[in-house]
Design a protein. Structure first.
Length: 218
């Protein structure tokens, strides 16, 4: 069965060009290109970037990128292992009477708790909560603004205030602007081709070209 890596490698060999040639041309880490040709996608940062790199590499080689992506999709689907459903036990336990008793006890307990809580309404507790909210508002830090600019093709992953990371593949000249209340956790795939500006202040060179950089701001 043909794979994306085999097809790309065969075409590169036919053109008698080195991996380094395409790594420099595409501004992609040579280790990523090698992993693609070996169909070892676990070394790449995320599926969205794997597809982007496959598309770019295919275009650079003059291949149909849709064909390469279809090979990748077919390979991914073939790796999915179907897990058989667990077999049902032949032993049948008479659950109905037990469930009825359980729910009756639960209702009695719930009513008792509600009656007791209704007798006591601590006004001071509400005052304290209101006070806590005012303190939290006063302690909340100012908004942070982060501008990400690509000077070369690069992938970027950003977690805002500890949330789920968002991911982009940026070409030269493209930018992304984000805001946060506390911090940014930034990961870039091409440190030398990415510029970060925090609250209007440019942070300078993040690292060498084609190398991954992890930065937590501020």
């Amino acid at each position: 069965m043909d794979t994306p890596g085999k097809a790309l490698k065969a075409e590169r060999k036919r053109q008698k060009k080195s991996l380094r040639y395409f790594a420099v041309r595409l501004k992609i880490n040579i280790e990523y290109l090698k992993a693609i040709e070996d169909d070892n996608y676990s070394l790449l940062p995320a599926d969205i970037f794997t597809k982007a790199y496959l598309r770019l590499y295919a275009e650079a080689l003059g291949l149909e990128n849709d064909y390469i992506l279809s090979l990748y999709k077919g390979r991914s689907e073939a790796e999915i292992v179907e897990i058989p459903a667990p077999s049902r036990s032949k032993f049948v336990f008479p659950l109905k009477p037990v469930l009825i008793i359980f729910f009756l006890v639960l209702i009695i307990i719930s009513v008792t708790v509600l009656m007791k809580s209704g007798e006591q309404k601590p006004a001071e507790e509400f005052v304290n909560k209101a006070g806590e909210q005012e303190i939290l508002k006063e302690e909340k830090p100012g908004t942070l603004s982060l501008k990400i600019t690509a000077t070369e093709i690069t992938w970027v992953s950003v977690s805002i205030d500890g949330g789920k990371p968002k991911e982009w593949l940026l070409r030269a000249g493209e930018t992304v602007t984000l805001t946060a209340m506390e911090k940014f956790a930034v990961k870039v795939g091409n440190a030398g081709g990415t510029r970060l500006t925090l609250n209007g202040e440019e942070l300078g060179v993040l690292g060498p070209h084609g190398k991954i950089a992890d930065i937590v701001l501020p």
